[in-house]
Design a protein around this ligand. Structure first.
Ligand code: SPV
Ligand code: MG
Length: 431
């Protein structure tokens, strides 16, 4: 009997999947691949069911003979393992980022033998409704909130990019690239105080108040599903911090990062050029502990950010603080630096990891930007935040456009640099 293989990466079975199985059945024994969690998260299909539950779901479909796990989004390993006579897929992967997976399958089948069978992708009201319900489910607070912890457990390194509006949120949500035959994308969003303030034309000194920050988060949440990490600056007064923790948890934010400074906060990248006051270990630990006591779910994370290297207080101070803040209940440590190279970050992380292998470590490589994600992961870092690059790329482009329109007294000269009108008016999907 011929072997037919098809890979599923869904939490809900709809007419499209049933149609694939019906067609597969006609060709032989049907083996369904359940894509692993690790592969799914790079594929923009964050699972709401566990792998075990997905396997059970697929096994329950009439006509499925066997379910196997496909560990990688590329088919190399699975094709050598299953040796299918046919690989079945909907024809929707002929275009868009998924076409690289199609090319991968075609190349493998020409090497190992076998045929790719593509059937028309089922698109009807029921399929559309299920797809949109699945997206909505991922945006619900209970799913979104826990997703950061899930990602930290699943990924060698979690990648967050700043978002400060619905539009930048959409960029973080939807940008997918193809590299070496694989798809990649950001895992999470960082609501930076610098970029949120800058977008409002205000300095980054905790002037933009929490109500306004929550409004920004809500704008982002309305159009995205990925987890949100809030830059909580100093966290403010402990008495206020505990109320904000409850609000953020209720909204579905995954984490807040607060820095061990007090008084008038200035942006860390000023370093010692401006006056900045570091909070004491005791006082900041008390704030963390109060936040942890206020927290209602196990999902939410309070991450302590250490400013000792920024303020040139030394490695020992930074490490002492890290261990104290973890003891106070911090769910993670962010270590910040404004050096051009990552040496002090690596030294901190390597020393920290000798005593603590589990607590997530977070970094923001704005100044030491030559470091790669792979290098960071090799030093035990779990989360990398690209904190301001979207804002910094948009700003000069907008200034240049404004200047050129003034210079030429018309907009023709700038037009070739602009997004076509057709694209901008259809950029945002309508429900
Ligand atoms: C932010 O993005 O607002 C940060 C990171 O806090 S940094 O600007 O490097 O301080
Ligand atoms: Mg900030």
């Amino acid at each position: 009997m011929k072997i037919v293989y098809t890979c599923f990466c869904t939490d809900v079975i709809h007419d499209g999947h049933l149609n694939i199985i019906k067609n597969a059945r006609k060709l032989g024994k049907v083996i369904v691949g359940a894509l692993s969690d690790e592969a799914l998260i790079r594929y923009n299909k964050f699972p709401t069911l566990s792998l075990k539950e997905r396997i059970k779901l697929y096994e329950g479909i009439a006509g499925v003979d066997q379910v196997v796990i496909q560990n990688d989004m590329l088919y190399d390993e699975i094709i050598t393992r299953v040796h299918p006579d046919y690989v079945l897929h909907g024809d929707n992967w002929k275009t868009g980022p998924e076409s690289i997976l199609r090319n991968n399958v075609i190349a493998l089948l020409s090497k190992w033998g076998g045929e790719l069978v593509e059937i028309p992708y089922t698109i009807n009201e029921n399929v559309k409704k299920i797809d949109s319900q699945l997206r909505e489910k991922l945006a619900m607070p209970e799913y979104r909130r826990k997703r950061l912890r899930q990602l930290i457990n699943l990924s060698p390194i979690v990648k967050a990019i700043e978002a400060h509006s619905g539009l930048t949120g959409l960029i973080a949500e939807k940008t997918v690239v193809e590299e070496n035959g694989k798809l990649d994308q950001f895992d999470a969003m960082w609501v930076s105080s610098l970029c949120d303030s800058t977008a409002k034309g205000k300095p980054d000194i905790e002037l933009v108040d929490m109500s306004s920050r929550l409004r920004t988060i809500d704008d982002i949440m309305e159009v995205t599903t990925k987890p949100i990490i809030l830059d909580g600056d100093t966290g403010g007064l402990a008495e206020h911090f505990i109320y904000n923790i409850r609000t953020l948890e209720r909204m579905g934010v995954s984490a807040i990062i607060i820095e061990d400074k007090k008084g008038l906060k200035k942006n860390s990248l000023f370093g010692t050029d401006v006056e900045q006051t570091q909070d004491s270990i005791e006082s900041f630990s008390a704030k963390i502990a109060a936040g942890k006591r206020a927290q209602l779910t196990d999902d939410f994370m309070i991450i302590a950010r250490i400013e000792s290297l920024i303020l040139e207080r030394g490695m020992e101070d930074a490490l002492n603080r890290a261990f104290a803040f973890v003891a106070a209940g911090a769910d993670g440590i962010m270590i910040h630096s404004r050096k051009k190279d990552p040496d002090e970050i690596f030294e901190f992380c390597d020393t920290f990891r000798k005593k603590n292998i589990h607590t997530p470590l977070v970094v923001v490589p704005t100044s030491y930007n030559s470091v790669t994600e792979k290098e960071l992961a090799a030093h035990g870092i779990n989360l990398v935040i690209y904190a301001n690059q979207l804002t910094r790329s948009a700003f000069p482009a907008m200034v240049q456009t404004a200047q050129d329109i003034l210079k030429y007294h018309r907009a023709k000269e700038v037009d070739s640099r602009l997004m076509p009108i057709k694209e901008i008016i259809s950029l945002i999907d309508e429900i």
